[in-house]
Design a protein around this ligand. Structure first.
Ligand SMILES: NC(=O)c1ccc[n+]([C@@H]2O[C@H](COP(=O)([O-])OP(=O)(O)OC[C@H]3O[C@@H](n4cnc5c(N)ncnc54)[C@H](OP(=O)(O)O)[C@@H]3O)[C@@H](O)[C@H]2O)c1
Length: 397
């Protein structure tokens, strides 16, 4: 814990070497008087992690791939740093629960971030959530953990961050809000009629946002928006029918809230994750982020259109999973992670990603899981099933 009311907040970043992790460190570097970095984690990128430790001198560095722990320890010793090295799943949890961490930024990609994110919530940390797959898989446990530990949760995902900002205008959100409107850029293939032959490079070349590879593919299939609908359901407690999606290619409006009196509030800004990260880090104060200012005269006309759920069925599949319940959401996420990975390895054609997910989703069933172990079990089963769908079929692109 920090050592006094005016002391700097200790920050742990789970997934420090990624896109969100790096943007968070850029914001933190602007505010050395407010924050100090106390723990950083990565999966396997030891060299980058050591480089970040040289710059930010945390107490602890954790590497998810336990086989690399010795390499990390040696690198830190050679760099003459006092940073302790830990590894494996237990190492990530240790970082998330570090006594000196007031705030934990959950920025690991995929369900792999679930255990550490949940551990931070249970430890009563101020949790800044980017790892949407964690809340998609374990929404109930995560929200309950934050409540029971008297911690807090602030969304980093730009859409949910925008909604958090808009909801501040209502005293009793549950009576005041008619619906949430999540905006989606539409991804790189919004205007591409034929999705045959799409390459990983094309799918990862997002027109507006610079992000990690998995979320970039999710944006291209619209699964990212589907996961966000489920995330919004858990974060804000509105029914699926009250959560709409609208395509807004300019990515100037990051999401909106419609109130019962007809008012619609929008949060705007340039498409730069440093803005929602700075909002969450500074909340309830506002701190500078380093992102470019929004120039409305340069932004051009703002357009809106309905998502095409026939060309991009993943959004529809996510709504179906949300209606079906937590087990289906876990299956949806696991099948998507397996299918995206296979596409990035050039094994599965882009246009077949939804078919793999659908097949796993149809077979998913079971009571809502009530423990991390039960969630990881369902996740594992859905992954195995997705892999068997992949091996059974010969995919034509
Ligand atoms: N990027 C964005 O603009 C954005 C916006 C909104 C929400 N998000 C969400 O934020 C999360 C992170 O996205 P990103 O784009 O920053 O991803 P990314 O660039 O791929 O970074 C992922 C981070 O997680 C670590 N990691 C990967 N697999 C891991 C594992 N099995 N165990 C432990 N750590 C692991 C990586 O370490 P290595 O470097 O060692 O592999 C890296 O530090 C995702 O859930 C995404 O949906 C991202």
């Amino acid at each position: 814990m920090s050592d006094g009311p005016l002391a700097r907040q200790g920050v742990c970043i789970l997934g420090a070497t990624g896109s969100i992790g790096t943007s968070t460190l850029e914001v933190l570097a602007r505010h050395p008087d407010r924050f100090r970095v106390v723990a950083l984690t990565a999966h396997s990128n030891v060299d980058q992690l050591i480089g970040l430790c040289r710059r930010f001198e945390p107490e602890l560095a954790a590497i998810g791939d336990a086989r690399q722990t010795a390499l990390l320890a040696e690198g830190l010793r050679k760099a003459d740093l006092r940073t302790a090295a830990v590894g494996g799943a237990a190492g990530l949890v240790q970082a998330a629960c570090l006594e000196s961490a007031d705030c934990v930024v959950a920025a690991i990609v995929g369900a792999a971030g679930l255990s550490a994110t949940l551990a931070a919530a249970r430890a009563g940390k101020r949790l800044l959530l980017a790892n949407k797959e964690a809340i998609v898989c374990a929404g109930s446990l995560l929200i309950e953990a934050v409540r029971n530990s008297r911690g807090s949760l602030l969304p980093v995902d730009s859409e949910h961050n925008a909604i958090h900002q808009c909801l501040a205008a209502a005293r009793d959100a549950h009576h005041a809000v008619k619906r949430l409107i999540l905006t989606a850029s539409g991804g790189p293939f919004l205007r591409r009629a034929d999705l045959a032959g799409v390459t990983p490079e094309q799918a990862c070349a997002h027109p507006k946002w610079n992000m990690g590879r998995k979320i970039s593919v999710d944006s291209a299939t619209l699964m990212n928006k589907g996961l966000e609908v489920i995330e919004a359901n858990w974060l804000f407690g509105f029914e699926p029918e009250q959560i709409d999606v609208v395509i807004h290619p300019q990515s100037v409006i990051h999401s909106m809230v419609e109130f019962v009196d007809g008012s619609v509030l929008a949060q705007m800004g340039t498409p730069d994750m440093r803005t929602p990260i700075a909002y969450a880090l500074g909340f309830p104060e506002r701190i500078s982020s380093g992102s470019p200012r929004l120039d409305l005269l340069q932004a051009g006309p703002l357009q809106f259109e309905a998502p095409d759920q026939h060309r991009f069925p993943c959004l529809r599949l996510a709504y179906q999973a949300l209606q079906a319940g937590p087990s289906a959401c876990i299956a949806l996420n696991a099948a998507n992670e397996v299918a995206v990975d296979s596409f990035l390895k050039r094994e599965l054609p882009f246009a077949r990603i939804p078919a793999v997910i659908q097949e796993v989703l149809v077979a998913s069933r079971g009571a809502p899981p009530d423990s991390v172990e039960a969630i990881l079990d369902l996740d594992d089963g859905a992954r195995r099933q997705a892999r068997s769908v992949l091996t059974k079929k010969i995919w034509a692109s």
